[in-house]
Design a protein around this ligand. Structure first.
Ligand code: PHE
Length: 350
């Protein structure tokens, strides 16, 4: 069933690149969701990604009890050479090495498209974009979160997303081991981008044991004391918790069969290839914390500071409530014998 309220696909007038803005739902309020700048084999893959990611934002806002709906912007960069062999025609890499002028033109094109929606949808940072990019989008529209603080925005949201993820990891440890203490527990952090690197640092500070991985070899030494592996070994690592912090779609029937972790909780959006994969995880006895719950720190912080005028401390306190939300969800799932994913789906009210 096609459930999106409105989807715009256009050739950016300045950049010539495919720009997708997907508004999934405004039933709870203004649609929000980040602007992704990534490489796709075909523009249709960027459209498919925007449709999936915007629908996930609707769930994320509802589960975080925010008065918002879901949307997403995707700017599709062509692959550097040939067609990438990724499942689902997914984004293959964040936008490294794009010409800065083309990048700015594409961001202004996204801003123009968002402006034309007249406030139905507001964007923010996502994979491949950050606060400076939000300032560029802001040249065309006021409906943009997380511009640098000196430009009047709430700045980088990745810190809040990481803090929310760690709150979720404590809730997972409490559910598994009876204590939220992270020290001595083992984690495999898959992806050391803005959010993943921050999560890994917070875990290292809490004396956790870490396996880390990224496609980019230059990240090898960013987390001192962590064991570096390739992404496939990181995914299969024998740890307490696997923390997906890169692109989505990593949990498939085939990859679930290979997992050796006890639980999965991370900030990557759309970790499951299909909703039915949650049942496979449940059957294997692997606790999966639904990503829309775990990854809500960025939107909780940005909307708190920019829309509800909360102080930094108030917004971060609200981000920490992700731990309570997840604990409640895991308890009710256990009580009903349902998977956390099933329980999350039941509790979403739009
Ligand atoms: N990338 C963020 C997410 O997936 C999107 C976002 C962050 C939107 C901050 C608005 C403000 O949740």
């Amino acid at each position: 069933m096609f459930s999106h309220e409105r989807v715009i696909v256009r050739r950016g007038p300045e950049s010539g690149l495919p720009i997708v803005v997907a508004v999934h739902s405004t039933a709870r309020g203004q649609a929000i969701g980040g602007c992704r700048l990534a490489t796709y084999p075909h523009w249709q893959d960027a459209l498919a990604d925007a449709l999936r990611l915007s629908a996930a934002m609707t769930d994320k806002c509802a589960l975080a009890a925010l008065p918002n709906g879901g949307g997403k912007t995707v700017i599709a960069l062509p692959p550097a050479g040939g067609t990438a062999a990724e499942p689902l025609g997914a984004a293959t890499s964040p936008a490294a090495g794009i010409d800065p002028e083309l990048r700015r033109a594409a961001l202004r094109d996204a801003g123009l498209t968002i402006a034309e929606l007249g406030g139905v949808y507001a964007t923010g940072p996502d994979v491949g974009t950050g606060p400076d990019d939000m300032a560029t989008i802001g040249e065309r529209t006021e409906h943009v979160f997380c511009r640098p603080t000196e430009n009047g925005g709430s700045g980088d949201s990745s810190r809040a997303t990481a803090i929310g993820t760690v709150a979720a990891l404590k809730a997972v440890c409490a559910a598994l081991f009876g204590s939220p203490d992270l020290s001595g527990r083992s984690f495999a952090v898959l992806g050391l981008g803005r959010v993943g690197a921050h999560v890994a640092r917070l875990l290292a500070d809490a004396d956790a044991r870490l396996v880390v991985s990224d496609l980019d070899e230059s990240k090898r030494s960013v987390i001192p004391g962590a064991t570096w592996t390739n992404p496939a070994d990181c995914r299969r690592a024998q740890v307490d918790v696997l923390v997906p912090a890169a692109l989505g779609g990593l949990l498939t029937p085939a990859s679930v069969a290979e997992l050796r972790c006890r639980a999965i909780a991370g900030p990557a959006n759309n970790q499951l290839d299909a909703p039915s994969t949650a049942a496979r995880l449940h059957e294997r006895g692997i606790l999966w914390a639904p990503d829309p719950v775990v990854s809500a720190g960025g939107i909780i912080h940005a909307t708190g500071v920019e829309l509800r005028h909360e102080s930094e401390a108030e917004a971060l306190a609200r981000v920490e409530t992700i731990g309570d939300t997840l604990t409640r969800l895991l308890r009710s799932a256990a009580a009903e014998g349902a998977s956390p994913a099933e329980m999350a789906a039941r509790s979403i009210k739009i």
